[in-house]
Ligand binder design. Structure first.
Ligand code: XBP
Ligand code: MG
Length: 254
């Protein structure tokens, strides 16, 4: 079957949103709430083992703050801090501080021209996705995606396969006609769990992850003046310098 659909992860894949976006916003929200929690870039890398901002806060307390006395209203505290984090995150995006990763606009433009169906499968919330797309891609770009499958749409976040299974089901797409684009081990496990061939573009937080089972691991999608480096397969990809539809079709058919 030929390629009809591309499903993109968001954080770390479309843009490097974590270190200078979500992390900074979390710290502001913690300060506002009078919490002495501060997530530096290194600690945040460890916390990324857990997907979902609310889940990440709980993990932080359990794993790194044995001194913290969990209050009775902890669930509400987490929900409030998470909502505040998302308000700060939207402000950071609205300032245009977080650009798309190289090659993202190029690939989306090529795919749209070719009539490829586009979707998002992410752990973050729909509002965060829309804010990123509007500010970093195009004010109209949320409509370029037939489906934005996000966060709490499914019971289990990545690495569970739920979000990809949900997207495939909602779109009526088979795994034989679709590729996933991800940046992390949790994302890969989720997409593979749904039976999808998966292309990885690593970033500073994910380049040491285990990408066993990925179809292709690149340092980015590549631009004409900034070709990708192939991490897997080590010998490169038959002279390709950018991840485009031609390469996407080759990946799907092998
Ligand atoms: C990445 C994540 C998210 C974000 C924050 O999602 O793990 O948890 O860090 O998201 P993906 P929220 O790579 O699937 O896009 O705080 O909105 O939960
Ligand atoms: Mg990601």
């Amino acid at each position: 079957m030929s390629l009809t659909t591309l499903i993109f992860d968001v954080d770390g894949t479309l843009a490097d949103t974590e270190r200078d976006g979500h992390r900074v916003a979390f710290n502001r929200a913690f300060a506002d709430a009078g919490l002495d929690w501060h997530w530096d870039p290194t600690l945040y890398g460890e916390l990324l083992a857990v997907t979902g901002g609310k889940e990440r806060m709980r993990y932080y307390v359990e794993r790194f703050r044995p001194d913290y006395v969990i209050p009775d209203d902890f669930a509400e505290l987490v929900a409030r801090a998470h909502a505040a984090k998302n308000r700060y995150y939207a402000e950071i995006l609205a300032r245009g501080d977080i650009p798309l990763r190289p090659g993202v606009r190029r690939l989306l433009t090529e795919a749209r021209r070719a009539g490829i169906r586009l979707a998002i499968a992410t752990t973050t919330s729909p509002a965060n996705v829309t804010a990123l797309l509007e500010h970093a891609l195009d004010p109209e770009s949320p409509a370029w995606f037939e489906l934005i499958a996000a966060g709490d749409d499914v019971p289990n976040k990545k690495p569970a396969a739920d979000i990809y299974l949900y997207a495939l089901d909602r779109m009526g797409v088979s795994t034989r006609e679709c590729l996933a684009i991800e940046d992390s081990e949790n994302g890969l496990r989720s997409a593979r769990g749904a039976g999808l061939k998966t292309v990885i573009t690593v970033n500073d937080y994910t380049r040491t992850h285990d990408f066993e089972g990925a179809a292709l691991v690149l340092d980015g999608l590549g631009e004409p003046k900034q070709p990708f480096k192939a991490i897997y397969p080590g010998g490169g990809v038959n002279g390709a310098r950018m991840f485009d539809l031609d390469l996407a079709r080759r990946v799907l058919s092998t």
